[in-house]
Write a protein that binds this ligand. Structure first.
Ligand code: CO
Length: 274
């Protein structure tokens, strides 16, 4: 079928929205931009990302130069955790996304940001999706967590709890911090792929950094067009994974019944519109 992407491009996709990456046709300027982003970001993350992220970056040879060939990258990833990458035009509908994750396929954008968007891009591109997300998927525990997230997502869609489930993704997979030997480290891809937020999330005095708690996360609104005012901190990937075991739908129902938590942050959009 033919779809129009968020960026206004018309793309022919299959039912699961996967497309051919067409790696051979990627312009050299795009590869070169990846290399610059990679060099800049890996330097910033050296002492800020959790060890599992840095290990995955190394193990998957993401530094070998240029935008990775998703097929070759998938072969390396599959050997470690059984996951593969599928190229997609950009964001895919939530039910399709959850189905991919539940089956250990990570949908990754096939395009890379242009020069003007080097520091910030709202929609996920290849740098965000691959550099930000894929290193941790090489970690067995996180890989299981992400697949479980997909499985829970399929049920959450049926329950009408998409908003609650999206918050879980947002506050863990995208913007999660983790505690390591008394220090905070980055694991969320939204942070890890952003120059400014890698520093801000750990070092700025403004954002709050509450402990991860599933019920609290499900009831906490977020905005995707502004810098974050809070980051939930996990104790370990194992404990994160364990919060997704069993039937979560009663908990999701309860989160919906209790409603959203009041937002007390003075700089927040909710405060402005309340
Ligand atoms: Co992302």
């Amino acid at each position: 079928m033919l779809i129009t992407t968020a960026m206004g491009r018309e793309v022919e996709v299959t039912g699961d929205y996967s497309i051919d990456q067409n790696w051979d046709q990627i312009p050299s300027a795009d590869h070169e931009r990846w290399d610059r982003l990679y060099a800049r970001q890996s330097k910033i993350l050296k002492n800020r990302a959790c060890p599992e992220f840095l290990e995955g970056l190394h193990a998957l040879e993401l530094s070998s130069g240029g935008i990775p060939n998703y097929e070759e990258l998938s072969d390396r990833l599959e050997k470690r955790t059984g996951w593969r990458i599928v190229a997609v035009p950009d964001l895919v509908p939530d039910p399709v996304f959850f189905e991919h994750l539940a089956n250990r396929r990570f949908p990754a954008a096939s395009f890379i940001r242009d020069e003007a968007q080097l520091d910030y891009i709202e929609e996920p591109d290849a740098f965000h999706d691959i550099f930000g997300h894929v290193p941790l998927i090489a970690n067995p525990v996180f890989a299981d967590f992400l697949a479980q997230f997909g499985k829970v997502g399929v049920k959450a869609v049926d329950l009408g709890a998409l908003q609650q489930h999206a918050r879980l993704y947002w506050f863990t997979v995208e913007f999660g911090l983790i505690r390591r030997n008394g220090d905070l480290k980055i694991y969320g891809a939204g942070i890890a792929s952003s120059k400014g937020e890698s520093i801000y999330s750990l070092e700025d005095d403004f954002p709050r950094r509450p402990d991860y708690d599933l019920m609290t996360v499900l009831r906490t609104p977020y905005w995707n067009d502004d810098i974050q005012d809070k980051y939930f901190v996990a104790d370990s990937f194992q404990s994160l994974f364990e919060t997704l075991s069993g039937d979560l739908m009663p908990l999701y129902k309860e989160a919906m019944r209790l409603g959203d938590l009041a937002h007390t942050d003075p700089r927040s959009k909710l405060a402005e519109t309340a």
